[in-house]
Design a protein around this ligand. Structure first.
Ligand code: ZN
Length: 151
């Protein structure tokens, strides 16, 4: 594996392609305590995010839907990243993710696997694809009734 910039890019792309082809936690969560629908009209991405909360901790998160590779990979990575986190930790991670994707010089934080989405920053139109799952999860855990909007 190369450590140069291009090599890192290739690695990031590979992870995104992998999560798009084989999304993790894809399916309906039968014992979900919360769920919400999300729609990104700019791209046509459509997601439903299910979450099982127990005493304020995400026991499990799953999703269904269809959309572009970025939206599916982001949802897949998110369901893995939020497992075992408290609602407060999820909200904080969402805020930091949003900053990573939209700000030129986001605060340094270890995003782990989620770092692979950082390249999206260079493509503003795709930021909504990458954040859709997070907006939807946010709505699910705050028990928002409306469909998540990326605007
Ligand atoms: Zn999209």
């Amino acid at each position: 594996m190369s450590n140069d910039f291009g090599g890192l890019r290739d690695l990031y792309q590979e992870v995104i392609f992998d999560h798009n082809r084989n999304p993790r936690n894809f399916g309906e969560l039968a014992d979900a305590t919360h769920h919400a629908d999300g729609h990104n009209p700019l791209c046509g991405d459509q997601l439903t995010v299910y979450v099982q909360l127990k005493e304020g901790v995400v026991e499990k998160a799953m999703f269904i839907g269809h959309g572009c590779a970025i939206s599916k990979a982001s949802a897949s990575l998110m369901t893995e990243a939020v497992k075992g986190k408290t609602v407060e930790e999820v909200e904080s991670l969402f805020a930091d993710m949003h900053a990573m994707l939209t700000e030129a010089h986001p605060e340094a934080r270890d995003f782990g696997k989620l770092e692979v989405l950082s390249g999206v920053r260079e493509f503003p139109a795709r930021v909504k694809c990458a954040t859709l799952a997070w907006h939807t999860l946010h709505n699910a855990i705050t028990e928002a009734r409306d469909t998540a909007k990326t605007e």
